[in-house]
Design a protein around this ligand. Structure first.
Ligand SMILES: Cc1cc2nc3c(=O)[nH]c(=O)nc-3n(C[C@H](O)[C@H](O)[C@H](O)COP(=O)(O)OP(=O)(O)OC[C@H]3O[C@@H](n4cnc5c(N)ncnc54)[C@H](O)[C@@H]3O)c2cc1C
Length: 440
C-alpha cells in the first residue's frame, strides 16, 4: 500500500472507528506482526456496523485485511505478502443476549473464551469451548479456527453447540447463519462454513451458543497401557459401555515427555474424565476396573486437563523445530492412522495426544536431536498421512519450523474445501480477507 493510500485510507478509517482506534504509527505496530509481516494499520471497530464499513473501504481500495482476536493462532498458514489492515475484534464485547433458563447466550466475537466461561459459570452453566490459552483466545478466533479441545468427547464440536453466527463479508455486508435459539436452523450451513474458515470468508462479529448445566463434580481416571493397541481396546470398551465421559484422551509416550506433570517417561496413557454424583463416579470406578492406575480430583485434575488443552503451545515452546498437525478422522480410522504414523515418519520422533473416542488427534513430529530440519521428511510424512486418510477426514498444519514454512503444503483443509472456494468467491470476491494464507 502506498503512503498516499495509507493517508487517505487512514482518514476514512478514523472517520468510521474514531482516531483512538486506528493505529498506523510503524513504531507501535511491530508487536502485531502476522508471520513476521508488520501490518500497515491496526483498526479496532466497536460494532458490526463499523466492521462492515471498514471492510467496504478495504474492499473498494484493494487492501488486504487480516482479522485478529487473541493472536494465539496467527502463525498458521503461508506468510502473507502484505497486511494492509489488521482488524482487531477486541472491542466487539457486547453481551447480545443471555437466557440462563433457556441455556443460550450470544456474545461479541472479542469476548475471550475464559470470560464467557466465567460469565455462565456464575449461573452454574457450562460453555464447553476449551482452546489452548483461553484467557487470550477469543470467541471469534475459536470459531474461525474451528478446533476443539478435550471436551469434544462429551459435548461434541463447535458445530454442535454454536447455534448462530453474525459476520461481515469480505465486501462489507452484514450477514448471519443460524439464529439465537436452539430450534432455529435457518442458514445453518452458512454457519457451518464459517466455522473453520480461518478468517477467509468473513469477519465473525458475534455468535450464539447452546450452554450446558455445569457438572457438579468431576474425577479423572488414568489408565496405563504398554501399547497403543491395548489403549484402543480400552477405548472401545468405554464407548460400548453405558459410561458417558466428558473427556477421553490418549497420551503417547512421546507426548508424556513434552507435557509437564505426566512423568517424563512411561507407557501410553488414557485419561477419562467423568462428571456426576458420588454414586455415578463410583460406578465409573467399578466399570473401569483394574485398568485404572490413578485418580485425580480438584486442582491436580484441573492442572492435568489444562496441560492437555495447552499441548500444542507446549510443543511450540519446548520443541520449536516440530511440525504440528491436527487430524479429524472417522472413529474407525484413528487406530490405523496411528499405525501409519510410525511408517510415514520413520526418521522422525513423534508425540500424539487426542480425543481418540471422537476422532481428533494432535500429532507433533520432529527430527532427532542433532539432525537438521528437513522439509522433505515433513512433507513426506504429511503426504503419507493424507494418502491414508479417507475423504471424510481432514488434516491441518498448525505450526512448523520457520525454515520449512515455504515448502509445507498449508492444507488447513476442512473436508468441504471445494465448497469453501466457491463460497469465498461469493462472500469475498476480491480476496480481501487473509489473502493468500490458506487454500481458500
Ligand atoms: C499451534 C496451534 C495449536 C492450536 N491448538 C489448539 C488446541 O489444542 N485446541 C484448540 O481448541 N485450538 C487450538 N488451536 C486453535 C486456536 O488456538 C484457538 O482456536 C483460538 O481460539 C484462536 O483464537 P484467537 O482469538 O487467539 O485467534 P487469532 O490467533 O487471533 O486468529 C486465528 C485465526 O482466526 C482468524 N480470526 C480471528 N478472529 C476472527 C474473527 N472474529 N472472524 C474471522 N476470523 C477470525 C484469524 O484471521 C486467524 O486466521 C491451535 C492453533 C494453533 C496455531
Amino acid at each position: 500500500m502506498s503512503t498516499a493510500t495509507t493517508t487517505r485510507f487512514g482518514a476514512e478509517l478514523r472517520a468510521i472507528c474514531g482516531a483512538a482506534n486506528v493505529v498506523d504509527d510503524p513504531a507501535l505496530l511491530r508487536g502485531r506482526q502476522v508471520l513476521g509481516v508488520v501490518p500497515s494499520t491496526v483498526v479496532t471497530p466497536a460494532s458490526a456496523d463499523e466492521a462492515a464499513a471498514v471492510l467496504r473501504v478495504a474492499n473498494e481500495n484493494g487492501l488486504s485485511v487480516v482479522p485478529a482476536g487473541g493472536f494465539t493462532a496467527q502463525n498458521m498458514g503461508r506468510k502473507p505478502a502484505q497486511v494492509d489492515v489488521l482488524l482487531s475484534t477486541s472491542r466487539l464485547r457486547e453481551l447480545e443476549h443471555y437466557d440462563a433458563a433457556d441455556l443460550t447466550i450470544g456474545v461479541g466475537a472479542g469476548w475471550t473464551v475464559a470470560d464467557l466461561a466465567a460469565k455462565v459459570a456464575a449461573d452454574n452453566l457450562f460453555f464447553p469451548g476449551d482452546p489452548a490459552l483461553p484467557e487470550r483466545a477469543t470467541v471469534g478466533g475459536l470459531l474461525a479456527t474451528g478446533f476443539c479441545g478435550p471436551h469434544r468427547q462429551g459435548y461434541g464440536g463447535l458445530r454442535d453447540y454454536c447455534i448462530g453466527i453474525r459476520f461481515v463479508t469480505g465486501d462489507g455486508h452484514k450477514a448471519k447463519g443460524g439464529g439465537r435459539v436452539v430450534k432455529n436452523v435457518a442458514g445453518y450451513d452458512m454457519m457451518k462454513l464459517l466455522i473453520g474458515s480461518y478468517g477467509t470468508l468473513g469477519v465473525i462479529t458475534s455468535a450464539s451458543f447452546k450452554l450446558f448445566p455445569a457438572p457438579r463434580q468431576t474425577r479423572t481416571f488414568i489408565a496405563e497401557f504398554p501399547g497403543a493397541a491395548e489403549a484402543f481396546q480400552f477405548r472401545n470398551q468405554v464407548l460400548r459401555s453405558p459410561l458417558d465421559p466428558i473427556c477421553l484422551e490418549l497420551v503417547s509416550p512421546g507426548a508424556r515427555q513434552l507435557l509437564h506433570g505426566f512423568g517424563s517417561d512411561g507407557p501410553w496413557l488414557v485419561l477419562l474424565r467423568a462428571a456426576g454424583s458420588d454414586p455415578v463416579l463410583a460406578r465409573y470406578r467399578a466399570e473401569l476396573g483394574s485398568a485404572v492406575a490413578r485418580e485425580l480430583e480438584g486442582i491436580n485434575e484441573r492442572e492435568a486437563w489444562r496441560a492437555l488443552s495447552n499441548f500444542s503451545h507446549t510443543v511450540e515452546e519446548r520443541c520449536p523445530q516440530s511440525l504440528l498437525l491436527s487430524l479429524q478422522l472417522p472413529l474407525r480410522e484413528v487406530g490405523p492412522i496411528l499405525q501409519q504414523l510410525a511408517t510415514v515418519s520413520a526418521s522422525l520422533k513423534h508425540a500424539v495426544i487426542g480425543r481418540f473416542g471422537a476422532g481428533h488427534l494432535l500429532v507433533a513430529l520432529w527430527q532427532p536431536s542433532g539432525s537438521t530440519v528437513q522439509a522433505k521428511a515433513f512433507a513426506d510424512a504429511i503426504a503419507g498421512l493424507r494418502h491414508r486418510l479417507p475423504i471424510d477426514a481432514s488434516i491441518a498444519v498448525l505450526s512448523c519450523p520457520p525454515e520449512v514454512r515455504a515448502d509445507i503444503a498449508w492444507i488447513a483443509t476442512p473436508t468441504h474445501v471445494e465448497s469453501m472456494r466457491v463460497v469465498k468467491k461469493v462472500l469475498d470476491p476480491n480476496d480481501t480477507l487473509n489473502h493468500g494464507r490458506f487454500l481458500f
